[in-house]
Design a protein around this ligand. Sequence first.
Ligand code: ADP
Length: 279
Amino acid sequence: MSDTDTTPTISTDVEDSTSERETRPTPDSDEAVIESRNLSVHYGDVQALQSIDLQIPNRQVTAIIGPSGCGKSTFLRCINRMNDLVEAATIDGKLLFNGTDVYEEDIDPVALRRRIGMVFQHPNPFPKSIYDNVAYGLRIQGITDDMDERVEQALKRAALWDEVKDQLDKSALDLSGGQQQRLCIARAIAVDPDVLLMDEPASALDPIATSKIEDLIEELAEEYTVAIVTHNMQQAARISDKTAVFLTGGELAEFGDTQKIFENPDSQRVEDYITGKFG
Ligand code: ADP
């Protein structure tokens, strides 16, 4: 992956965190990798998202927050077309990835999901060895060379290598919940995606495992564009650069620098939500 690679195609090739954020390298730019234009989603008669215009910048963490049912997961799932799997879902508007609409007819969703990986709320490793979990995505993409090296690198980037390097043949299901989630992150990044989507990735974990995932997300944003749905506002404030606040009815109420959203939002409704007056 290179900073200058802006090819507009989807190929199959291969609590106060200010000080922490200040130590991170400056992101390349606010150039959008993902952009939604007038994006609306219905499930049957229920409107889940209303005309969302949102730009997710390159190599930063963008948090999507808001009360339950406001469309956060729906938005995330539109980005790599996971909503294709929901029969009742209809999607209008555009969702651009590096300038290409992912809903164009000739886009292959499987190839798209290699470039835009996803990590879910509950760790979902396969009932296979640690090694095979990471190797799985590579194999289905037809990548067979340097497998050991690729698996090791993915586990290192997911901050799991030191804990598992002597037991790669062990079942992934024997790992702790936090380790399983880092394994799922390793599996997602093994195929070298551009974007990582994370849907409440730490909400099923204990505080120590959560803290490790949060540290990891900040590190991953040095190499990947990360979009994370979280119901935990402190978590969004700690780890994200940008925050999008969705409100009931599937409306994007505000989007901007995380510090500004949390300290001085433009909208009274966002301030009421952030300060816990509702939601
Ligand atoms: P959030 O992630 O903010 O909790 P969701 O995106 O899960 O919100 O849901 C937004 C709205 O869409 C809710 O009203 C929810 O009930 C509805 N919804 C989500 N998924 C489906 C589905 N598969 N079928 C029907 N309705 C759905």
